[in-house]
Design a protein. Structure first.
Length: 290
């Protein structure tokens, strides 16, 4: 089998897995977010054991309409032995939070009387992470497990909160009398009041998360395309509630030459909290060894 045939076979394998994967993950497609995730990575090998790197990341969602985040990070990696590596780093994240509406209930009778709408805003996050990655090869398949602990502090931010309220008023006829239905009940209608806007402070947040990711990568002989699949589980360590988020990827890396490679994948992220939307994303990455 020549190189072109192996490449075609790799792409066919990726396409088949992607079709099955996407069919399974789009059960709630109407409520989900769709976006593009891109990364640029550069690394430099200091010696046989130690390597440093830098990364830029850009994410969009809502069919590329919104910029979800921009991030820049640095890291260092130490090779403990032939199958185990340690990594530590820092990431600065500029995050975008879209507008959000929440129902409001009257304080006296607890009846629905409108909603509050928090306008979209941006805020910064500072993230520190540390991880261990173990690798084991079975034939042409490399299995890796990464256990990563990350601490993130989200800075406080100011936005505007719109208060939308309505009153229930009786219907009045042309003579100024209250109107009734056939059963003698007063007819009513809903009248929205002028919107009030007030400043809203979003308090800072801290969280510590454990991310457990398992990856399988295929090394196809004499082929520059290497397919991979991965699944990652998120769980809060500071507020343990079990696994809170699931992120899965299927894609491939393509080695352009000795120092340059690209990566493309499809990602599905199962929302962790009630009311959050699932995420579907196409990912593109470029990496260079300096």
């Amino acid at each position: 089998m020549n190189s072109k045939s192996r490449t075609k076979k790799a792409f066919a394998l990726i396409a088949a897995f992607a079709f099955i994967f996407s069919a399974f993950s789009t059960a709630k497609a109407d409520d989900d977010n769709y976006g593009l995730w891109t990364t640029f990575e550069a690394s430099k090998k200091i010696n046989k054991k130690f390597k440093v790197g830098a990364e830029l990341e850009f994410r969009s969602n809502d069919y590329l309409k919104d910029i979800e985040r921009f991030a820049a990070g640095i890291s260092g990696q130490y090779k403990i032995n032939s199958w185990l590596k340690a990594n530590a780093g820092y990431i600065f994240i500029m995050g975008y939070y879209p507008g959000e509406a929440k129902d409001h209930f009257d304080d006296d009778n607890n009846e629905y009387d409108g909603y509050n709408y928090d306008q979209a805003y941006h805020t910064e996050r500072n993230r520190f992470h540390f991880s261990f990655t173990g690798e084991y090869k079975i034939g042409r398949v490399e299995i890796s497990l990464r256990e990563r602990v990350q601490y993130t502090r989200t800075n406080s931010a100011m936005t505007d909160e719109e208060k939308h309220r309505f009153e229930i008023l009786p219907q009045i006829d042309e003579n100024g009398n209250i109107m009734f239905d056939e059963e003698g009940n007063a007819l009513e209608y809903k009248e929205w009041l002028p919107v009030r806007t007030e400043p809203e402070l979003k308090e800072h947040k801290n969280n510590t998360v454990l991310r457990s990711r398992i990856t399988a990568k295929w090394d196809i002989p004499k082929c520059k395309v290497n397919p991979f699949v991965s699944t990652e589980l998120y769980s809060r360590l500071d507020k343990w509630r079990g696994f809170e988020k699931l992120r899965s990827r299927i894609g491939a890396s393509y080695k352009i030459n000795k120092d340059n490679s690209i990566e493309f994948y499809y990602l599905f992220e199962k929302a962790g909290e009630k009311g959050e939307a699932n995420t579907h994303a196409i990912g593109l990455g470029y990496s260079i060894d300096l």
